[in-house]
Ligand binder design. Structure first.
Ligand code: URA
Length: 305
């Protein structure tokens, strides 16, 4: 708890420096901050930094939801956390977009992620954190699960084989990669037991990075989200709400108020290179094109049939 409060103080100081004047702070966080000042007899400047960072408490429905998610103590979360092998993560970061245009907001958020002590602490030596990239005015926002082995070298999501296939599918829609926005739920590659090994992110890890993803959505304001693969879908909709991808694949749902379509992850399509799976994926992509208002030719309608 102590480490979490210290992290919160640092975060509030950073936000104040970045010009943020309103933040969502839960009652429990305020109590913890008050207790800290009593316990520590904190110096005046820290007290002022903390208090002036909370000029207005905004308790939105969203903040309440976040409280629920981030204090998730379900057996699944505990088991996932223990499987992750790492120490328990602190409470998820606060994200407040700075004033300015989309580019300025994106750069400030990227800087926050690049400076995130928790994210950096989970990186293997010489590897990079990964932040979303693409068109900040994109209609279509692709969301994957976590950086792959190539991505933690480049710092760019989907820069390996799965990204090549994603790029081809974007091309089949008549778009370029630079026309869309691509991000992952996670900003670091979950550590696996071997160098090339991989494991899906835990619920706790995804919950920690979620405010960073939500921040990107708030900046881009896409028409729709395409959720790639079961892990991303579970991370976005909540593992308790989704048992299997097939139960939700190809059906419009919503995340953060934005229409969202769950579909196969490109890696799945690489592993299952069948006409049936490709057609099934393509039918989802046609739904995306329709919703985004993209023109669809007869040739495009017939791909993989
Ligand atoms: N690379 C990513 O950036 N995300 C994935 O989900 C897989 C590979």
């Amino acid at each position: 708890m102590k480490a979490e409060v210290e992290a919160l103080v640092e975060e509030l100081k950073r936000l104040r420096k970045a010009g943020v004047s309103r933040v969502n702070v839960s009652d429990s966080a305020i109590q913890a901050l008050r207790k800290r000042s009593v316990d520590k007899g904190v110096d005046t400047s820290t007290r002022e930094a903390v208090l002036s960072s909370i000029p207005e408490r905004v308790r939105s429905a969203d903040a309440k939801d976040f409280d629920k998610v981030f204090t998730d103590t379900s057996t699944e979360t505990k088991r996932a956390a223990s499987q992750s092998g790492g120490p328990k993560l602190p409470r998820a970061p606060l994200v407040n977009l700075v004033k300015g245009d989309k580019q300025a907001q994106w750069e400030a958020l990227r800087e926050q992620v690049m400076g995130c002590v928790v994210c950096k602490g989970r990186l293997k030596e010489g590897k990079k954190l990964v932040f979303g990239s693409g068109n900040l005015d994109a209609d279509i926002f692709f969301c994957g699960e976590a950086p792959g082995i190539e991505d933690e070298d480049t710092g760019v999501p989907f820069s390996g084989p799965a990204g090549d296939l994603l790029g081809k599918m974007i091309g089949a829609m008549g778009l370029k990669r630079g026309d869309v926005y691509i991000a992952d739920i996670m900003n670091w590659r979950p550590e696996a037991s071997t160098e090339r090994g991989k494991r899906p992110p835990t619920v706790e890890e995804m919950n920690f990075c979620m405010p960073y993803l939500k921040g990107q959505l708030e900046i881009v304001q896409p028409k729709l989200i395409v959720a790639l693969g079961a892990t991303a879908v579970k991370g976005l909709l909540g593992a308790a709400n989704v048992k299997n991808l097939r139960d939700v694949k190809g059906q419009w749902t919503e995340f953060a108020g934005v229409p969202m379509l769950p579909t196969y992850h490109p890696s799945y399509l690489i592993r299952n290179d069948t006409k049936r799976d490709k057609r099934s994926a393509w039918e989802d992509w046609l739904k995306v094109m329709e919703k985004a208002g993209l023109p669809i030719s007869d040739k495009q309608r017939g791909y993989f049939s």
